[in-house]
Design a protein around this ligand. Structure first.
Ligand SMILES: [Zn+2]
Length: 67
């Protein structure tokens, strides 16, 4: 079973993100089952997915602060 891992980067909200990343672990934490897709991904695919995830997280954080 593949397992996403945390990558630490101060440039993203929260200072870390999951690679390749899945919502199950993003939302429910490290004890949740990893639901990352099996199989190889290109760096471009991963980058595109990460950029989307960062945008989603930024929006969620922004909405959380405003709400
Ligand atoms: Zn995962």
């Amino acid at each position: 079973m593949s397992r996403c891992r945390w990558v630490y980067d101060n440039d993203v909200p929260g200072g870390k993100f999951l690679v390749p990343g899945c919502w199950n672990r993003t939302i429910y934490g490290d004890d949740a089952e990893c639901q990352c897709r099996e199989g190889p991904e290109t760096i471009g695919d991963q980058l595109a997915a990460l950029r989307k995830d960062v945008a989603d997280l930024q929006r969620a954080i922004r909405e959380g602060r405003n709400g």
